[in-house]
Design a protein around this ligand. Structure first.
Ligand code: NOJ
Ligand code: MG
Length: 570
């Protein structure tokens, strides 16, 4: 197998507040992640992506960054981070950070300066506009968290733009100094040895230069969330974003693409330092050059873009003449109708839409979206696991999904997510999917020595890693088996994909690599189904079922029980 690590590999998302606490504050931390690395390596994943760990007032739980080149004391220190990264690499795993370039915290020194006066050199680092003639906001843009996206600043008599909270002012990516400063941030972490970034709201980063009103959304209904009142035609997904993404990619490629070595420390650096005053860079000065030998060993650096867009728009983020991100996140499975024919069409359309050389990727959930077990039910969560880990493309798992964790109801007094608090009661809150990882049946599920920051899943005495690891029929065991099969069969990891003819609730496809062809057959319904195997597969037999003991194949017909998924091999 010669594919770069991120094509063959599986990514595991960690929400750091909720993975493992080691200092008894009820909040997960970097030492906690380090403590659980053997679990992750044993599970069989290849890379971890950690949601933001930077110093932050936590107005949006870390997606409001006050210092891009540090670690929040709640999570630990930069030394803890370096130690974690060494431990990750020692196990042959990769580590991706969450990069939040669209907006900073309003407490970031850049914004503190920017709002100090209209003449401040950093004024243009953010998006400041005069009021409309009536004194109101400059246009009708709505924050993704509800309400106007413009905040009035009394002291300087202008509005600033924030696509999210007012504590998250948007940076002005049309300003070359902002670009240079953010590139410096990326170098800071790449130089430490980070293997890549998940880029927060990549499609939001550039807005139409003249800030026209967004058109009303004809499909808006109350209860959808106020952001849906308008279509984000001018406030997101602007053509200039692709040059920005290409710039980040070129920088990442300078670190280890396709086996290049990078002996010249800090090579590939434009005149960033001439464009911005040195104070902006103080925080990001390299404190620990990574030894050249280990940087060479790291291989390609990966950029993943968080992008919620329709298929045709999404594909542009792979890049055109210039490469974009390697993986524009494909969230389609999260909202897809859970129906065999509809999923077959969705998969075929996605495969067909990929640009030449574009590598697919699949996601079932993340820290913003309903958990798969809640959305599809416990039985179909197992089917979803088999689907995610056998489709062509890089899968990203969300922590806890391997336990079949459901959304956890949060008592009103404990609700902290601004998404919930700003538009209460619409089910938009994200804390139900951010609850602590249940590790064992001991106090606080082994997550902490004290009561955790969010409640545990009520069924944690049964639904926890230690218990489920021992159960042959648990979903955790199934995840382990699926990940082991991916590792053992290049056909699953990097092989070709084609749909097979199937009927009823069955979704079936073939994965092929050189002489090896595997078949995946998934029953998306609650009644027995049949699949007639293609003639070339008459000798194929089940090697894994989501329901334990393998089903029967009789005269070319595979009988799938309710909610059963099967992988067959020759
Ligand atoms: C997307 C992140 O996934 C979400 O959690 C966050 O609130 C917004 N971006 C703003 O950064
Ligand atoms: Mg802690």
């Amino acid at each position: 197998m010669t594919a770069p690590w991120w094509r063959a590999g599986v990514i595991y998302q960690i929400y750091p507040r909720s993975f493992q606490d080691t200092d008894g504050d009820g909040i997960g931390d970097l030492k906690g992640i380090a403590r659980r690395l053997d679990y992750l390596a044993g599970l069989g994943i290849d890379a971890i992506w950690i949601s933001p760990i930077y110093p932050s007032p936590m107005a949006d739980f870390g997606y409001d960054v006050a210092d891009y080149c540090g670690v929040d004391p709640r999570f630990g220190t930069l030394a803890d981070f370096d130690e974690l990264l060494d431990q990750v690499h020692a196990r042959g795993l990769k580590l991706l950070l969450d990069f939040v370039p669209n907006h900073s915290s309003d407490q970031h020194p850049w914004f503190v300066e920017s709002r100090a006066s209209r003449l401040n050199p950093k004024r243009d680092w953010y998006l400041w506009r005069d009021p409309a003639p009536d004194g109101g906001p400059p246009n009708n843009w709505i924050s993704d968290f509800g309400g106007s996206a413009w905040e009035w600043d009394e002291a300087t008599g202008q509005y600033y733009y924030h696509a999210f909270l007012k504590q998250q002012p948007d940076l002005n990516w049309r300003n070359p100094a902002v670009q240079a400063a953010m590139h410096e941030v990326m170098r800071f972490w790449f130089d430490r040895g980070v293997d890549g970034f998940r880029i927060d709201v990549l499609w939001h980063m550039i807005k139409a230069a003249d800030f026209p009103d967004n058109p009303p959304n004809p499909d808006y209904r109350p209860g959808m969330g106020e952001m849906h009142r308008v279509l984000q035609l001018h406030s997101a997904d602007q053509p200039e974003i692709h040059a920005i993404a290409a710039g980040m990619r070129a920088l990442a490629d300078g670190y280890g693409a396709r086996g290049q070595d990078h002996v010249a420390f800090g090579r590939n650096r434009p005149n960033a330092k001439n464009m911005i005053d040195s104070k902006s860079l103080e925080h990001c000065s390299r404190k620990k050059p990574v030894p050249i030998f280990s940087r060479n060993a790291l291989g390609e650096r990966l950029l993943i873009g968080e992008i919620y867009l329709p298929l045709d728009r999404l594909m542009d983020y792979y890049g055109g003449a210039q490469a974009g991100v390697q993986l524009p996140f494909n969230f389609q499975l999260i909202d897809a109708p859970w129906q065999a024919r509809a999923l077959a069409t969705l998969i075929a359309n996605y495969e067909a839409a990929l640009p030449p050389g574009g590598w697919p990727n699949w996601v079932l959930g993340n820290h913003d979206r309903q958990r798969i077990a809640s959305k599809r039910g416990e039985a179909q969560a197992r089917i979803a696991a088999m689907l995610l880990l056998t489709l062509r493309g890089t899968p990203t798992l969300y922590y806890g999904d391997e336990l079949g964790l459901s959304d956890v109801p949060i008592p009103p007094a404990q609700l902290q997510d601004p998404r919930e608090l700003r538009e209460p009661g619409l089910g938009l809150g994200r804390e139900p999917v951010r609850t602590p990882m249940p590790w064992d049946a001991g106090a606080h599920a082994g997550f902490s020595t004290v009561s955790p920051w969010l409640p545990l899943n009520a069924d944690w005495p049964m639904r926890n890693v230690a218990g489920m690891a021992e159960e042959p029929a648990s979903i955790l065991t199934l995840y382990r088996q699926l990940l082991a099969l991916r590792r053992a069969h290049p056909a699953l990891a990097i092989g070709d994909f084609s749909l097979l003819d199937s009927e009823g609730d069955v979704l079936a496809y073939e994965r092929r690599y050189e002489a090896q062809a595997l078949i995946v057959a998934l029953n998306l319904g609650g009644s027995e189904q049949r699949l007639t195997l293609p003639p070339w597969a008459s000798g194929h037999r089940p090697i894994l079922s989501t329901r334990g003991e393998a089903p029967r194949v009789e005269s070319h017909v595979l009988r799938l029980r309710a909610d059963e998924g099967v992988i067959l091999a020759a």
